[in-house]
Design a protein around this ligand. Sequence first.
Ligand SMILES: Cc1cc2nc3c(=O)[nH]c(=O)nc-3n(C[C@H](O)[C@H](O)[C@H](O)COP(=O)(O)O)c2cc1C
Length: 233
Amino acid sequence: MERAVIGAAPGGMSVSQAVDGRVSTRAFLDRPVPRALLEDVLRRAARAPSGGNLQPWTARLVDGEEIAALKALMCVRIAELPDGEPMAHPFYPPVLTPAALARRRRNGEILYGALGIDRHDAVARKAWIDENFQFFGAPAGVLLFIGREATPYQWLDLGIYLQTVLLLLREAGLDACPQADWAMYAPTVATFLDAPPDLMLICGIAIGHADPARPENFIRTERDDPLAAFTLR
Ligand SMILES: Cc1cc2nc3c(=O)[nH]c(=O)nc-3n(C[C@H](O)[C@H](O)[C@H](O)COP(=O)(O)O)c2cc1C
């Protein structure tokens, strides 16, 4: 694995290096991240383009005692509602294309293979998925919201903002994981954060320093050539 798991040198990183070096990190060291640094990243990421310059994103940073309280609350909520709360939008279409299904399966194979979790071991898989709601042990997290009336184009804008945040974190020598799973408990999170009802939680981001002792931080996911075929993907 050529990519250093902890702390690429801050500064001097090319966009190509940030794009190539960004991976989803799912186990973090208990090492705090300065809040001012994260606020700076979240503000600078707003240079991301958006249709009509609507800038439809709202980012809510959680760290310190607040993230500890959210993690504790999530343990309670998961015990009460292990399958989550009703979701405004499903994660995936009801039927995945064969190509998408194959990629999703392969992704699971790589991840659960690294974790040593058998794909038939539903209990272990569920316990691991629940780690999402501890931000995988990260000392900081971000919860991203957009307006409930947003169209798919504003969701597109939010995605661009998300990736800009991830690349700036990479440049700052930090590791992260985007987390749509937070949408499974959107009402709980919204209440905890006192979010206005016209905003909808789309995803979270776990942020910190990758734990170099954990195998899931060394996986390299695969990609198909987006130019390969003009076909349904
Ligand atoms: C919008 C979005 C939501 C995601 N949600 C989750 C999540 O809830 N939990 C998780 O472990 N990974 C999540 N991921 C990470 C993907 O699984 C990951 O990006 C994909 O497998 C490719 O791996 P890479 O990020 O290491 O390149 C999410 C990624 C994106 C872009």
